[in-house]
Design a protein around this ligand. Structure first.
Ligand code: UDP
Ligand code: MG
Length: 329
């Protein structure tokens, strides 16, 4: 909340009119986005003008250890406009860390998270504000209904991921959900209570609950630069999501163990009966080798699952900070 004071009346008997304006904070993670940052600023400030009678604006760019001139661009923008602030990390900590840092630093009554590449259309902000202020929602979230412009293989794996995680997790993770959303201060404070280091925001937003309205829109191509998510990075991120929001894979090893014991028992009976009734010799080396390899594979797979959870627990217990700030304004 911001208090604005205006002098009113004639200059001899000036009285002051104080208006309480709510503050809208935008959190904008940036990694190597020197080209997109000024375009984003321009587009957002244009939309903000239409909201000027309703809210004050604050833009917090979070430079996630960029190696290009992003930080320089952000310094320039913040010198030109006092509503622009920035945080700069000591290295690249990832978009999740950037969003968390943003949530910790902004002061807004309403807080939105937006990508700097304009794939999250700023033109939706007035509608989002209407829904929160007029219809009492706590959060207005966005969802892409098309994946136009995305490589088909990436879309295929993304769809598989959403299908799997929604089957094995009790927290709903909406297919196509973006991180772009407008939230009330109450919801932001709830998110800040979740102190975990392995952050998977799409799940955390859903986990904290609150009344959420979904807005759907067609995918927009990024305005400049290129995506920072390689296929491999996305795959690891999706594993993070599964480990953070489901413990079902841990139960998988027990279930597999029970099934294999059962199969083994039946197999032994079959071999004993075949030998007793038909006098068949027990088939030797090749079948044994196949069984050993099969069981070895399953054991390693299950140990891998255990390892994933153990690694995440290890990282959490170390208690390292989610990000480190080198410079801020
Ligand atoms: N980003 C970030 N840190 C990273 C990777 C990305 O802060 O390590 C930012 C990036 O600058 C952008 C947003 O996160 O504002 C989304 O990234 P990108 O557009 O590359 O993802 P995509 O839209 O292709 O999923
Ligand atoms: Mg993008």
């Amino acid at each position: 909340m911001i208090l604005l004071a205006f002098p009113i009346g004639n200059p001899c008997e000036t009285s002051w009119k104080v208006i309480c304006m709510k503050l809208l904070s935008l959190i904008v993670p940036c990694y190597n986005e020197e080209a997109a940052a000024p375009l984003f600023y321009q587009a957002v400030t244009e939309v903000a003008q239409t909201l000027a009678h309703r809210v004050e604006l604050e833009i917090l760019f979070v430079d996630d250890g960029s190696k290009d001139n992003t930080l320089q661009e952000l310094r320039t923008l913040s010198e030109q406009d006092s509503r622009v602030h920035y945080l700069s990390f000591s290295r690249n900590f990832g978009k999740e860390a950037a969003m968390y840092a943003g949530l910790e630093h902004v002061k807004g009554d309403y807080v939105a998270i937006m990508d700097v590449d304009l794939q999250d259309p700023p033109s939706l902000l007035p509608q989002m504000m209407d829904l929160i202020e007029g219809e009492g929602y706590d959060c207005v979230a966005t969802r892409r209904v098309t994946r136009k412009g995305e490589p088909p293989i990436r879309s295929f794996f993304a769809r598989c991921f959403y299908r799997i995680i929604n089957k094995i997790s009790q927290t709903e993770i909406v297919d196509g959900a973006r991180d772009y959303r407008l939230m009330t201060r109450q919801m932001v404070d709830a998110l800040l209570q979740l102190k975990e280091r392995n952050r998977f925001s799409k799940g955390l937003f859903s986990w904290v609950g609150f009344r959420t309205k979904w807005l759907e829109y067609e995918n927009v191509e990024r305005v400049a630069g290129e995506t920072k998510w390689s296929f491999w990075k996305l795959l690891l991120y999706s594993l993070d999501g599964i480990v953070a929001f489901s413990t079902l894979p841990l139960a998988l090893s027990s279930v597999l163990g029970i099934i294999l014991c059962f199969i083994g028992l039946i197999w032994v009976c079959v071999i004993v009966l075949k030998t007793l009734i038909f006098g068949d010799p027990v088939a030797g080396y090749p079948s044994l080798a196949c069984i050993i390899i099969f069981l070895g594979g399953i054991q390693l797979f299950c140990m891998g699952i255990l390892g994933q959870y153990l690694a995440k627990t290890y990282l959490e217990t170390k208690g390292r900070p989610v990000y480190l700030v080198k410079e801020e304004k």
